[in-house]
Unconditional design. Structure first.
Length: 409
């Protein structure tokens, strides 16, 4: 696949999913919004504003050289940590969680910025250092910073975002060259810590046990999973028709956010659900092609991380809705209702497009092993005059004759 085609696929898939998401958000909320606010298009209008902001950000980031993000990595990390601390104190409580900071009518989710900040910092670190070969190297400083980020996010509480961060970093380490054995051991430790976090929270334990057998407590902890499976099963092959879902009106909680795929399956059937899955597969293929085709070490790792971030979240959401994984609260990228998630996801696409446009640039930075600080320098010829001119035959004879004369003396 030629360069340029990856960008086209990425743009078409992204715009298609955003437009499709607006339709499905309206379908999933029009009835409830009319009863609550008197305006059936209330959620659609808000999501359209977020989509416009996200698309504007995508265009801007696609035109700004992605290498500029490298210098901003420390500032992004510090800002994200400050916001993650602030949301625990100043955040708006919703359903027992503090994940949003309100700014008038708008709300921002700091964990969304934290994912991108950690991706940029990790890409910068892995581009100038040898990839971690042992658990000790993996722990310091990448593992330590990840634990700090995930720990603050778990306090909100938000287990799903923490899982998404781990998936993103795993993809970046794999592309950077970390041995699979070391990476597997690190993921095993992360999984163990995740199980501990689940066990310490009663509602997480209930979700885990309900995942194993949701029908055992279909009116309690397993209610959401059961209703999602009923919605998917009710759609058949072609669905009951757009806007005709029964589950969204009276049965399925969070139908327009985390569980919107169940409404897609009910209204558009197996055909619509399959089309959504294929779209994310195309996104993953284009994003990974961009990562593998990029000659800049920073760009390669960043592209892999952002692709894994978007597609990893999609995979986790789809698995949870279909009953293949416990519910984690992760929205479906580009489709679910949510301003922070949509704007940040579109910003990630903008960075990927810029990496694709600069993937074959001759000015790609390369590691300068002669510098102790490990910084990069632009790739260029060692001498302006170019490569040395090969010696002629007469030059070789003259050198050989001078050696013979020296031997005789």
């Amino acid at each position: 696949m030629k360069r340029g085609l990856e960008s086209s696929v990425l743009i078409l898939v992204t715009l298609g999913l955003v437009a499709f998401g607006l339709v499905m958000v309206y379908s999933a909320t029009s009835a409830s919004a009319a009863l609550a606010n008197g305006d059936p298009a209330y959620y659609l209008k808000r999501q359209t504003i977020y989509a416009g902001l996200g698309l504007l950000l995508m265009v801007v980031l696609s035109r700004v050289d992605f290498r500029a993000l490298r210098a901003l990595a420390p500032m992004l990390v510090v800002t994200s940590l400050a916001l993650l601390l602030a949301v625990l104190v100043l955040g708006r409580a919703t359903n027992g969680a503090r994940r949003w900071i309100s700014f008038g009518p708008a709300a921002f989710q700091p964990s969304e910025l934290a994912k991108v900040a950690l991706a940029v910092w990790a890409a910068s670190y892995l581009a100038r250092r040898r990839p971690p070969q042992t658990l000790a190297e993996l722990w310091r400083p990448l593992g330590l910073l990840t634990v700090v980020f995930c720990g603050l996010i778990l306090l909100e509480p938000d287990l799903g975002t923490s899982i998404g961060i781990v998936v993103m970093l795993a993809a970046m380490l794999l592309v950077a060259g970390t041995p699979p054995r070391t990476l597997g051991a690190g993921l095993g430790i992360a999984g163990t810590l995740g199980l501990v976090a689940v066990w310490l929270e009663p509602y997480r334990r209930a979700r885990l046990f309900s995942f194993l057998n949701p029908w055992q407590d279909a009116q309690g902890a397993g209610f959401q999973t059961v209703q999602a499976m009923i919605g998917l099963g009710s759609g058949g092959i072609f669905g009951v028709g757009l806007g005709q879902s029964v589950q969204k009106a009276n049965y399925l909680p969070e139908a327009h956010t985390d569980m919107i795929f169940a409404i897609i399956g009910e209204e558009l059937g197996l055909v619509g659900a399959t089309a959504v899955i294929v779209a994310y597969c195309a996104f993953a293929y284009a994003g990974l092609k961009i990562a593998l085709g990029c000659r800049d070490p920073f760009g390669k790792r960043l592209a892999a991380g952002l692709t894994a971030l978007v597609c990893g979240q999609a995979a986790i959401n789809l698995a949870a809705v279909m009953g293949l994984a416990p519910l984690t609260g992760i929205p479906l990228p580009f489709v679910s209702y949510g301003g922070s998630s949509l704007v940040v996801a579109l910003g990630c696409v903008g960075i990927l497009l810029n990496i694709a446009g600069n993937a074959g640039a001759k000015s790609a930075s390369v590691p300068d092993r002669g510098r102790r600080d490990g910084r990069t320098r632009p790739a260029r010829a060692r001498d302006r005059r170019g490569a040395a001119r090969p010696r002629s035959t007469s030059d070789v004879r003259r050198v050989a004759g001078s050696r013979r004369g020296a031997a005789r003396s």
